[in-house]
Each structure stands twice: as structure tokens, then as C-alpha cells.
Design a protein around this ligand. Structure first.
Ligand code: HEM
Length: 63
């Protein structure tokens, strides 16, 4: 499983939705979560993941 903080898909709301809701990576082991998550849930998780990426970057490279 990839660490989603460093996935380029995290920067693209449509691509994220196609993976998490529409199951576009079903064939490679990432099933659709549409029966568990709404599109709004998926977008909230994307925002969380992007925030975590930014926090991790700040920890690595403090001002
Ligand atoms: C048991 C839970 C999960 C499993 C086993 C799983 C598994 C995987 C796997 C194997 C991939 C790589 C597919 C490839 O080869 O390209 C993947 C990609 C991905 N997963 Fe999951 N996943 C899980 C849960 C989730 C959840 C909860 C989310 C978001 C709400 C998520 C979002 C993504 C995204 C966005 C990618 C694409 C990353 C990229 O290609 O850069 N996954 N997942």
C-alpha cells in the first residue's frame, strides 16, 4: 500500500475521487470505498492526507 502523503493523486480531487469512489485502481488491489464513504468523506480524507504531508515537510525542513 502506498503512503498517500507522497502520492501525486493527493493534489487532484477528481483523480482521488475516481480511485476511492469509482474504483479506478480496482484491478491493482485498491477497491472502491463507495459503500463505506461518500464523495464528501473521500474529499475530507484527501484534505487530511494533504495536511499530514505538509506537517511532515515542516518537520523535515524547519524555517
Ligand atoms: C484496507 C484498505 C486499503 C487497501 C488494502 C488499499 C490498497 C491500495 C493499493 C494496493 C494501492 C496501490 C494500487 C496501485 O498499484 O496503483 C492503493 C492506492 C491508493 N489508495 Fe488505497 N487502500 C486502502 C484504503 C484506502 C483509503 C481508505 C483511501 C482513501 C480514502 C485510499 C486511497 C488510495 C489512493 C488515492 C491510491 C492511489 C495512490 C497513487 O496511485 O498514487 N486507499 N491502495
Amino acid at each position: 500500500m502506498p503512503d498517500l502523503r507522497w502520492s501525486a493523486i493527493g493534489g487532484d480531487a477528481e483523480a482521488w475521487r475516481s480511485v476511492v469512489i469509482d474504483g479506478s485502481l480496482n484491478d491493482v488491489g485498491m477497491v472502491s470505498f463507495s459503500s463505506q464513504l461518500t464523495a464528501e468523506d473521500a474529499e475530507a480524507i484527501r484534505a487530511y492526507v494533504v495536511t499530514q504531508a505538509h506537517l511532515a515537510q515542516e518537520r523535515k525542513a524547519p524555517d
